[in-house]
Design a binder for this molecule. Structure first.
Ligand code: SF4
Ligand code: SF4
Length: 369
């Protein structure tokens, strides 16, 4: 794509250079990322340059810039195209390259073997989708392989079982959804994953699916260009199950919980109420709110491939933890595996272990079953 095509595709000539995108970007200062300037260089001067790695790969694809833009331009989509050029030219950080290679080879970015994908299920009795299920639980790479996040998958299974839902999984046949592949600009690999995944979903005639990861949810909903199945995030499903009386609680969790809106659930998809509804339904839980919540929520820096590249500077997840502790929260509730990992780590690095606990909403709900 040349500069003119890129400018046309992203409506860059409509940009009024107001700076709202750069001004609202959570990583602008720490990574020297000035997306307004990048776009001006392309649209006005026809300069198509790949910027220094830390700048280019610092974008978390949180979409704040797109939300704030008065001209309905999505600067981060433009950045993803610039990343694609970098990937094609091989100008990528070794850690990003390794994650992409692992996805191609193993179907996950965590360098784990494909046939261990369902090891987390040990001791559980979850059926394969082929055994006749109404809804597919798409587990996702991080829930399947990360020892901490496996507990989220187990908690979600416990909630769905308690609600009497007829669900099944793909087991070792499940493959990476490709969300982060897209965000890292490897669009060839993304297209390949879409094709492979759609073959599997069609093979088992999947009509409904649920995922606990907002990144997978967003990919299936908005990047797959598919209409054959309906996708829900687990907080949407849990809220419905609570509302229609299928999911009930028997225990109390007497704690104050503050909810961190994940960018891919909130800003990208406008899902703000359902997660809060689930938290508030857990007996004994008092829901607190961050100053920066909903569309103003502060990104944790886990998206857009940032799980595989460290950008030096102050960490936003640490700011989130400090704000939560100041508010008097005992639980920092999240609804995304990347948020859970970045924020739980920030609890340790800010010395707040023992003061506040990071927990996925499914884990919080499972405590009260
Ligand atoms: S998506 Fe987020 S991190 Fe990326 S440029 Fe926009 S505001 Fe900055
Ligand atoms: S917010 Fe929109 S109009 Fe303003 S500088 Fe950024 S892209 Fe241009």
């Amino acid at each position: 794509m040349n500069a003119q095509e890129l400018a046309q595709k992203h409506k860059l000539l409509e940009c009024i250079q107001c700076g709202a995108c750069t001004g609202s970007c959570p990583v602008a200062r720490k990574a020297n990322l000035n997306v307004r300037r990048y776009m001006r260089d392309v649209a006005t001067f026809g300069k198509l340059t790949i910027h220094p790695q830390n700048e280019l790969w610092s974008c978390t694809t949180c979409s704040t810039c797109g939300i704030r833009c008065p001209k309905e331009i999505n600067p981060y989509e433009f950045l993803i195209d610039i990343r694609s050029m970098a990937v094609e030219e091989g100008q990528i950080a070794p850690t990003i390259r390794d994650a992409l290679e692992s996805i191609f080879k193993n179907g996950n970015p965590w360098a784990r073997i494909r046939n261990k994908r369902s090891e987390w299920l040990q001791g559980l009795n979850v059926k394969h989708i082929s055994q006749g299920a109404d809804i597919l639980l798409y587990v996702g790479c991080t829930s399947a392989y990360d020892p901490r996040i496996q507990n989220v998958a187990k908690s979600l299974v416990a909630c769905l079982e308690k609600a009497g839902l007829n669900f099944g999984i793909l087991g070792d046949e499940e493959n990476c959804c490709g969300s982060e592949v897209y965000g890292m600009g490897e669009k060839g690999l993304f297209d390949y994953l879409v094709e492979e995944n759609m073959k599997i979903f069609d093979k088992y005639n999947v009509k409904q699916a649920v995922t606990s990861c907002p990144h997978g949810f967003h990919a299936f909903k908005s990047r797959y260009n598919q209409t054959s199945f309906e996708i829900q995030h687990c907080t949407q499903l849990l809220a419905k199950l609570i509302e229609n009386g299928k999911l009930t609680f028997t225990k109390e969790v007497n704690k104050k919980a503050i909810y961190h809106d994940p960018c891919f659930l909130g800003k990208q998809n406008g899902i703000y109420d359902e997660p809060r509804k689930v938290i508030e339904s857990v007996p004994g839980v008092k829901l607190l709110e961050f100053d920066r919540s909903r569309a103003r929520s502060l990104c944790c820096e886990g998206g857009g491939g940032r799980m595989w590249i460290d950008i030096p500077g102050p960490r936003l997840a640490e700011i989130r933890v400090k704000d939560a502790v100041e508010q008097g929260a005992e639980i920092l509730a999240v609804a995304c595996p990347f948020c859970l990992l970045t924020i739980e780590d920030a609890v340790k690095t800010t010395g707040n272990e023992g003061k506040i606990q990071t927990m996925d909403i499914a884990e919080l709900a499972s405590l009260a079953l």
